[in-house]
Structures are given as C-alpha cells and as structure tokens.
Design a binder for this molecule. Structure first.
Ligand code: AMP
Ligand code: MG
Length: 633
C-alpha cells in the first residue's frame, strides 16, 4: 500500500488544517423566510405542547367510551377553532370535526363512517354499532410535540420543514450565522472572460481558452449558502495578483478568497510566492488526484479601523486551487465547501459519505488516492456508481451529472465491477442525473419484497445463470468473464447461479442438457442464461444441448452478437450457430465467447436492440431484465 510521500498531506489532514483555521461567523437576526438555507445559531424549543388540547383526529362524534354501543343523543357541535360549550352526560354525543377540542366528559371519537344517523343530518340521534375504547381517534395534549422539547438545534440548516417548525413555534425572527463572503478569482494570461459583455460573440482568440472555473466556483459558492464576490480574471503577474488580494481584503472585505490557476511549477505560477510573501502558507501539496498542488494560506488583515488592533478579525482564508477545471471543482468540494459550512455554523461540515457498488471495472492510479466522479443510480441493492467517463483533470464534462466522488485507493490494479466503495456526495441526488437509469421507479413494497425474492423473479429481479463449458485453454478466461458479468448484473438479480462444466461434460450433449434443464424449468425461470465456451471444441455438447432446449431462436440478435464478437474471438465465425440468441420459455439464452473482451463487445452491441427484441418475444418476466441491461449503455 503506497504511503503519503514526504511534503504532501493526505486530504483528511489537509481538511483538518483548513477546519482548524475556519472561524465561526457571527450570528444575525433574520425573518424566518429570509433565513431559508441558512444555519441556525440557536436552538428552538417548543413553547407549547402540540396539540395544545385533546384534539379529534377525525370528523365524527365525540362520546364517552363507558357508554358502550347503542343510541346516543347529539347535544352540541364542536368545530376546529371553537371551544366546547357543553359537558357530556350519559349516552350523549357531540358532533366534532378534525382538529377540534374534545368536550369535557368525552374520551373518544367515532368517525362518521362508523355511525348510523337515525334521522337526517344534522341528526340529533345516532347509533354506534360497536363499543369503542377510550382514546380512539384522539390526540392527547403534546401528542405530536411535548412542551419544551427541542424543535431545532443550533447547526441545523433551515429548509422548508424547518421553516414550518419555526412557524409552529410562532417565532417572528431567528438567529442564524451570516453568509460567508467569498471572493472568486481566476488567474491566467490565456483566459478570456465569458462573463464579460465584450466576450459575447467575440469567440476565441489564438492561444486562449474561456475561463470556466469562475462561473463554476461562483455558482458552487452560491449553492453553499455563501455570498459570492466576482473578482474577475487576473493576469499571471505579481502586480495583478497583489491587486486582487488587496481587493478581497479591502473593498470587498471577504472572509475567503478562492483563486484558481497559478499554483503549479511553471515560471508564471505566481500564486504560491504571493501567499508566502503576504501571509502564512499551511500547505501547498496534497496527496490526491486530481488536485495535487492545492494550496491553503491565511493572510492577516490590516488594522480595520483607527485604534482597532490588527488581527481583531480572523485572517482571510485563501485557497489556491489548481487551474485545471476538474481539479478546481474537486478541490472546492473536498476542502473549501466544508470550510464554508463550518464558518456558517454547520454542526457537521464534511461531505456526506455513502456506500456504492461499482458497475464496471475502474483502473486505479498507482500512486495517489483518486476522487473519481460518478453518477449514482438506485438499484435493487442500493446505490450503484456509474463513472462519468474520462477522468483527465481538464475534462470538466466528468463533473457534469456527478453526484459523488468515489474514494479510490492508490494501487497498480483495476478495481473489479461489483466492488463496494465509499462515495462522497457532491450533488443533489434528489434530482440528479441518475434518475434516467434508476431501477426503482416505484416504491418497493416491503411486504411483497420477500415474497418476490423467495418466489423467484417477478418484479423483484431476475435470475441470472452463467454456464462455462470451455476447454482447458480458455476455461480461466471464461471464469473471469463470467465473474465480471455476475458482478455487473448481480444488483438486479434475485439469484445468480454459476456453473462450470468440465471439458468431457461440455462435449456431451445429454450431460449438458441435464445441467441446463433445472436452470430453465420450474418456478422463477425468467432471466438470462449466459453460456461460455460453446464456440470452442470442448463446447460441442453445450452448443447442441442449447439448440435442443431453446424454443425460439432470435437470429437478428444472434447476428449482431456474432459480428461484434468476431474481431475479438475468431472462433465465433467457425461455429456459426454458437454465438447465438434464443428463448427457452421465459429465459433468454446468449452464447458468448470465453474471452472477456469478446463477451463484453457482444453484450454491448446487443444492448440497443435488446429491449425491442424482448418486447417482441413477449416474455413478461424479462421486463425487469431489460431495464437492468440498459444500465450498461
Ligand atoms: P495552471 O494551474 O494555471 O497551470 O493551469 C492548468 C491548466 O488549467 C491550463 O491548461 C490552464 O489553461 C487551465 N486553466 C487554468 N485556469 C483556468 C480557468 N479559470 N478556466 C479554464 N481553464 C483554466
Ligand atoms: Mg496558469
């Protein structure tokens, strides 16, 4: 396991250093609605119980449970917002509406649907068929919220439910932490400003690129509940950088300066020398990918007012983010965002961490821990992490639609599909890009789920079977391929069966048929049967048994599969019928070559046409399979 090299900090340590320097901002009073998104600086206690009185849960009749079943005289009405006028005597009832206080003497409510009116409404006589117990359809005082209990804690972020609770408490104003003032600066001689009106329609000049960091960082600051201050683009020169720093400290009175670019090793990378000259640099190298040159410094303020001591206010926090757009974006989320949250009063400023399962192999970096951008998709077994594609630090597209940063360890290896990894949330998964592939469009019925799994398939998943009948030369490859595909498809299977036939067995049709039949018969057969090795000499029995057991070939799928496999597995051409697709009952059988590259190419080629083919085949159990396979696209 590689260790953090001397001179670098791990991200955890870097974050601790930053948080130790991030001061809590002052509290200020705001009207509740203006405080939306801010963090509470004080707890909010319940000033009264809720409900404040015994309240009816239903529209119906309040009565005394001791009177049992039978006929009652209706002696009054009690509506929400009114105080009861009468006290109930024997066999007396009061018409009552939801939320109204129970009259003295009453201890229960019988809902309208359970009462027989003995005369037209408004009835003065009613019949209750069954005796009811005390407390029925009644919320006693304090049932929802006890007086004096904690409604909100200091450090809670105010969302719509929290504003409702403030309303419930009747608070006209609330103490929240003020928003951090965050100045954002891009540095680089090559940068054109897309936010400047002069740039509109002007297009790119030679050697230049548009500044993408500033728009992204200004927006990220805003999303953090802080107040963004746009410092524009500074050229790569000491004077321009000094001027920007002065502006952050002076005119804008910023709490934080986030600048990007100019922290690498080149002769025009002047941010680090500037910070060393004007303040204290806490770190300038972090063991992470992307974002290695991430720099953090504090710069003292000049005396704020005549007579006021220098340093009366906390120093300016300065983050020097690397210029590559992905590095800047990742560093902001890993280090700057938690600092802003802490300054603004959050009790738990770090990014939320969840477990996710990878759906495809991911190449690890041999030297540095990597923060791999991924979209989270909800599958039958929880979050699945789908990589956002090429992860080079200049490709900002990898951040678009990314809900999470997968925390990948350094290793000279590839992480297999199906690996559980930790994922730091950086997006709003409530409305994130993953909805396009979510396998859970409807709520899971917790009562039905067990039955579906135990009963075999149905809407709870499909059964996957992988059968290897390869010869000795390719059996290892077939095993690897089947393991990889199992991991990839497992989250949507209720059962995955893997079977390896020895070479003699794979050559014998009747032995193969015996092995395949239980996978295709009986309850819960709907699913996918993948066969490996039927293209090789050992798999002749497997190929023959497959042909005998299938009810309907799907030649169109077969030819797509064959064409895709061919460049990777020449044997696919020799045994024409082997790389084939067919239905057996409600199962889909696909014969694949043993080599992983060929099997992967074959399946990938099939995915676009599979939904249509399956719809035509009309195998109802395969509906679920369709959505699962489409995830791979
Ligand atoms: P630097 O960190 O200044 O060495 O820049 C590294 C790379 O990021 C270079 O290719 C820059 O052109 C690019 N870059 C720096 N700042 C920005 C920015 N604000 N927007 C887009 N690309 C940038
Ligand atoms: Mg630069």
């Amino acid at each position: 396991m590689p260790i953090c090299p001397p001179g670098s900090l791990t991200v955890d340590v870097a974050l601790r250093v930053v948080l130790a320097n991030a001061p809590l901002l002052e509290a200020e009073e705001r009207a509740p609605f203006d405080a939306m998104g801010a963090t509470l600086a004080e707890p909010v206690m319940a000033p009264h119980p809720h409900p404040p009185f015994a309240a009816s849960i239903k529209d119906g009749y309040a009565l005394r449970s001791i009177d049992g079943a039978g006929d009652f005289d209706v002696v009054d009405e009690c509506r929400a917002g009114e105080l009861p006028q009468v006290s109930l005597g024997e066999r007396q009832a009061v018409y009552i509406t939801t939320g109204a206080p129970l009259p003295p003497g009453a201890d229960c409510v019988v809902q309208l649907e359970s009462v027989e009116l003995l005369e037209p409404a408004p009835a003065k006589r009613i019949r209750v068929r069954r005796a009811v117990s005390a407390g029925l359809e009644v919320r006693p005082p304090g049932f929802d919220i006890a007086e004096g209990s904690t409604l909100l804690r200091a450090g809670d972020v105010l969302g719509s439910a929290e504003l409702g609770l403030l309303g419930y408490a009747g608070w006209p104003a609330v103490q929240v932490r003020r928003a951090a003032r965050v100045a954002v600066l891009s540095t680089g001689d090559e940068l054109l400003d897309p936010l400047a009106p002069a740039a509109h329609g002007a297009g790119l000049r030679g050697g230049c690129v548009f500044d993408s960091n500033r728009p992204a960082l200004l927006a990220a600051v805003l999303a953090a509940g802080a107040r963004p201050i746009d410092l524009g683009v500074a050229r790569d020169g000491p004077a321009a950088l000094d001027a920007a720093l002065d502006a952050a400290l002076g005119a804008h009175d910023a709490d934080v300066l986030v600048c990007s670019g100019g922290v690498s090793m080149g002769d025009r990378d002047l941010v680090k020398p500037l910070l060393a000259r004007r303040g204290a640099t806490h770190f300038g190298k972090v063991w992470m990918k992307p974002g290695k040159p991430l720099t953090f410094a504090t710069v003292p303020r000049a005396t704020a007012a005549p007579g006021a001591p220098a340093g009366a206010r906390a120093p300016l926090l300065v983050f020097g983010l690397p210029g590559n757009p992905v590095s800047a974006y990742v560093c902001f989320h890993l280090v700057v965002l938690p600092a802003l949250r802490q300054m603004q009063g959050a009790s738990s400023p770090g990014l939320r961490r969840v477990a996710a399962t990878t759906v495809a192999p991911i190449q690890l970096d041999p030297e540095r821990p990597e923060y791999h951008r991924a979209t989270l998709v909800s599958g039958a077994r929880g979050w699945e992490a789908h990589s956002t594609g090429g992860q080079i630090s200049s490709r900002l597209l990898s951040c678009s639609g990314a809900d999470a940063l997968l925390e990948l360890p350094p290793a000279a290896a590839s992480l297999p599909a199906g690996t559980r990894v930790s994922a730091l949330l950086i997006g709003d998964v409530r409305s994130g890009a993953g909805w396009r592939h979510d396998a859970l469009p409807h709520p899971i019925d917790p009562l039905a789920a067990d039955g579906a799994h135990a009963g075999g398939g149905g809407s709870g998943g499909f059964r996957l079977a992988l059968v290897c009948g390869a010869d000795a030369a390719s059996s290892a490859a077939a095993e690897c391929t089947s393991a990889w595909l199992t991991a990839r498809l497992a989250p949507d299977c209720w059962q995955a069966v893997r079977l390896t036939l020895p070479a003699e067995a794979a050559a014998d049709e009747s032995v193969c048929a015996q092995a395949l039949r239980p996978l295709l018969e009986g309850e819960g057969t709907c699913g996918l049967l993948l066969l490996f090795g039927a293209t090789g000499p050992a798999g002749t029995g497997l190929a023959a048994a497959t042909r005998a057991l299938t009810s309907r070939a799907i030649p169109s799928l077969g030819s797509v599969l064959r064409a895709a496999c061919l460049p990777h597995a020449p044997a696919a051409a020799l045994l024409g019928a082997s790389c084939d697709a067919a239905l057996a009952g409600s199962s889909l059988l696909l014969s694949l070559p043993a080599a992983a590259a060929a099997a992967e190419a074959g399946l990938a080629a099939l995915l676009p046409s599979l939904p249509h083919a399956l719809a035509q085949a009309g195998a109802p159990g395969l509906l679920r399979l369709r959505s699962s396979l489409s995830l791979g696209r």
